[in-house]
Ligand binder design. Structure first.
Ligand SMILES: [Zn+2]
Length: 341
């Protein structure tokens, strides 16, 4: 499924510093970059306090923004340093270094066999978008789309991985804030459902604090998306409660221990409605232990295998249905229907 065209006009990255590239001599103290200073380079780019001496050709060839900047007549204040033109950009040097690697080293965010680094991927997408280098924007978005899958089976698998990653680093969940903003910036709707849904799992206080990027920018959702997430979160908790009540309503038609299972179902409902333990609180978070897991490890009367299988089947069915309702719950466009051949 192809995404809609993301050609101009390009919205500005709301989290990026203000300013546009322009040519001028650097002011104040700057230092040469250790990685991108080629003695025979023919262009100096100053990103904040770091100077990069690189080759103009690849930038002019692939970036219409740099092409215009470096080939059109420059204002009187444009400068040269050692007979090389000097361009100042407002980007953080770390982010700009990631971007340059895509041009000068062929791969900014993935070495063979390596897992791409999330912060690098996002920086390259943001700058690729700003400087209109579609090739590297598509490459970065391709990685994000593999991590934030917009289909139920893929998402369900990734949610399990996210659960494992979450315990290694709880702050990893806040990365989805950056993914939502990149989806908005690049007009990539297929990232919206999985990333906004993940935002619903973040504690609202942490959501408002935002995601601290490596370039120092604290990235937050727009006010519209914060509202969207908080409203959806309430709706998802309600759906989770209804799901649990439906799952624990009846024994399976295949039940072979009806008396014991009837008690088990009654106990489950009593616990949910009267004194829920922390692991059985209704939640918008799919990383919370499943109702099937709770039923398998109950301290009270145990369920027979037939009833356990029925609990699992119903839960999968309810979760799949919830996934299909997400565009409506999140108030985002419905994804296009799959194409059948
Ligand atoms: Zn049973």
């Amino acid at each position: 499924m192809t995404e809609p065209s993301r050609k101009r006009p390009r919205p500005t990255d709301p989290a990026a510093p203000e300013g546009c590239p322009h040519t001028r001599l650097p002011s104040g103290a700057t230092k040469k970059d250790d990685e991108f200073w080629f003695d025979d380079g023919n262009l100096i780019i100053v990103a904040q306090d770091v100077e990069f001496c690189v080759y103009k050709g690849p930038l002019v060839k692939h970036s219409p923004v740099f092409r215009d900047m470096l080939t059109l007549p420059q204002p009187a204040e444009a400068g040269e340093l050692g007979h090389r033109p000097v361009v100042s950009v407002p980007e953080h040097p770390t982010s700009f270094r990631h971007f340059l690697r895509e041009f000068m080293a062929g791969s900014g965010f993935q070495l063979p066999g390596d897992e791409p680094v999330f912060e690098v991927v996002c920086a390259v997408i943001r700058l690729g978008h700003k400087y209109e280098v579609d090739r590297i924007v598509e490459k970065g978005l391709g990685y994000l789309k593999k991590q934030w899958l917009d289909n139920y089976s893929g998402w369900s698998f990734q949610a399990n991985l996210a659960y494992a990653r979450y315990w290694a680093n709880p702050h990893i969940a806040e990365r989805c804030i950056s993914v939502v903003n990149i989806a908005r910036l690049t007009d990539t709707p297929s990232l919206l459902r999985p990333a906004l849904f993940e935002c619903c799992t973040i504690d609202p206080q942490d959501l408002l604090k935002g995601h601290q990027r490596e370039d120092g920018v604290c990235e937050r959702l727009t006010a519209e998306d914060v509202t969207r997430v908080l409203l959806a979160r309430t709706e998802l908790v309600k759906l989770d409660a209804l799901t649990a009540l439906r799952i624990f309503r009846n024994t399976s038609g295949e039940c072979y221990d009806y008396h014991n299972c009837t008690h088990a179902f009654q106990d489950a409902i009593s616990e949910l409605t009267e004194s829920p333990s922390p692991s059985r609180m209704f939640s918008a978070d799919p990383k919370r232990p499943s109702w099937f897991d709770c039923a398998s490890k109950t301290d009270g009367p145990s369920f027979c295998d037939a009833c356990l299988m029925e609990i699992r089947r119903k839960e999968n069915e309810e979760r799949s249905e919830m996934w299909n309702m997400l565009p409506s719950i999140l108030d985002i466009p419905e994804p296009p229907r799959p194409e059948f051949w």
